[in-house]
Ligand binder design. Structure first.
Ligand code: BEZ
Length: 205
């Protein structure tokens, strides 16, 4: 399978975390792309009409996008414990956590584009503040829920959240998301010790 990727993307990292956690990395042929909305990578544009990463082309030639679909697909390729529970309330709890984590990552990436790529005279501060406000309220919500539902063994929701928090550390090193959130801080510290997180750390890739 060909996996179109850039190690900086939190959505790519989420997929790679799934692959590492379930021993699937040898099945992925990594195709590194360097892409933005204004300068899409031609290699990527050839396979994904949305010109976005991550994208997966299976051995049968099927295109899979986006990261949620790719993770759900990878989760069918192993015999271990499913990262997305098959049924019951836990299934929707995990999927909702993934959606909240992806929302955090989405706001963080959008704001990164705004502040790092957009010419300074065109930047819109209120829009940036709004994106960071979404991240703040999502993190406060998660802290208020406690970390018990994040589980001792990772599931797709906790991997997605770990990836989003890792992206905040990577691109917003001076924005201390840990302040006032001791439960998330402790939980994330432990998560980062896992080999899957060490192997996909965007600072080292
Ligand atoms: C980044 O460099 O922050 C980035 C790269 C690709 C996708 C998302 C974010």
């Amino acid at each position: 399978m060909k996996f179109y990727y850039s190690p900086a993307s939190p959505f790519v990292r989420k997929c790679m975390l799934v692959a590492h956690e379930r021993d699937l990395t040898s099945k992925l042929e990594l195709v590194t792309v360097s892409t933005t909305v204004v300068a899409p990578d031609p290699k990527l544009a050839e396979v994904n009409p949305l010109k976005r990463i991550p994208a997966l082309v299976t051995d049968d030639g099927a295109l899979l996008v986006d990261s949620r679909v790719i993770c759900a697909y990878l989760d069918t390729l192993h015999d271990g414990k499913r990262l997305i529970p098959r049924s019951g309330p836990k299934r929707f709890e995990v999927m909702t956590l993934e959606a909240i984590a992806d929302g955090i990552a989405d706001s963080a990436v959008n704001n990164r584009y705004e502040t790092a790529l957009r010419p300074a005279e065109k930047q819109w501060k209120e829009w940036s503040d709004g994106q960071m406000g979404k991240i703040t309220s999502a993190l406060d919500y998660l802290e208020s829920q406690g970390t018990r539902s994040l589980g001792r063994e990772p599931h797709l929701g906790s991997l997605a959240l770990g990836s989003a928090l890792g992206y905040l550390d990577f691109r917003y090193p001076d924005w201390n998301w840990r302040r006032g959130r001791p439960k998330l801080k402790r939980w994330f510290e432990k998560l980062c010790e896992r080999p899957s997180f060490v192997a996909t750390d965007p600072n080292k890739n």
